[in-house]
Design a protein around this ligand. Structure first.
Ligand code: DC
Length: 222
């Protein structure tokens, strides 16, 4: 039987960075489910669709192939019609589009089996918004990871600046707040802590402290 750890929480709480390091330490596979929604967002953007084009986005799903794979460093890559789009999905534009497409029930249903299959065949730390509530309700451990909006915006801003992107902190904060609102107010699979989730707040903590905190919780449970 494989072991699943679900980590949910808002954008920029440090889920992916922390989960990646914790997975390495535990020898688990880290699955970033946000990348799947981003890939659908990219496919829609490439076709010139906007958040309003729901019917077109739903119709598009049958004609695209989204796959998760792992490179030689065991890092996740995401393929859209066999093209590695892992780098292309990390822009503010695609972030907003991912949030929009993730509110479409058909998009969520389309990605559900892919996510569950990963957890059936591997020990995983899977991060997203509805992993503990919808995707893996029987996960061995569920964690809800959060931090203040300002703190999350600052982290994302630093990340993007480091990648050489020309962004403003105020715009990132506004995006974080908008996405928080969208993600937690949508009708389907809204962002909320799963029953029995361990609540962890990483505001003001450095990465090492947060990783150690999570590793301690994980080791207690697995
Ligand atoms: O974690 P992220 O920022 O890469 O996620 C991108 C968007 O996808 C985010 O706005 C919420 C959505 N998402 C979701 O609805 N469910 C998930 N399991 C993961 C992400």
């Amino acid at each position: 039987m494989s072991i699943a750890i679900a980590i949910d929480g808002p954008a920029g709480a440090g889920k992916s960075t922390i989960a990646k390091l914790a997975a390495k330490e535990l020898g688990f596979i880290y699955v970033d489910t946000g990348a799947l929604y981003r890939t659908i967002g990219l496919a829609a953007t490439r076709r010139g669709y906007t958040a309003e084009d729901k019917a077109e986005i739903i119709a598009m799903l049958d004609g695209i192939a989204v796959e998760l794979a792992f490179n030689e460093k065991k890092e996740q890559i995401v393929l859209l019609d066999k093209e590695d789009v892992s780098g292309l999905i990390r822009t503010p534009e695609i972030s907003m589009m991912a949030s929009a497409v993730s509110a479409i029930p058909e998009v969520r249903a389309y990605l559900l089996d892919l996510q569950r299959n990963m957890a059936h065949t591997n020990n995983v730390i899977m991060d997203g918004r509805d992993i503990g509530t919808v995707v893996l309700p029987d996960a061995k451990l569920k964690i809800f990871l959060s931090a203040s909006a300002e703190c999350r915006a600052r982290r994302r801003y630093d990340e993007l600046i480091e990648k050489g992107m020309d962004v403003k902190y105020e715009d990132i904060l506004r995006d974080v707040e908008t996405r928080d609102y969208n993600d937690s107010h949508r009708d389907i699979a809204p962002l909320k802590p799963a029953e029995g989730a361990v609540m962890v707040d990483t505001s003001g903590e450095d990465l090492e402290t947060s990783v150690n905190k999570l590793l301690n919780i994980m080791r207690e449970h697995i």
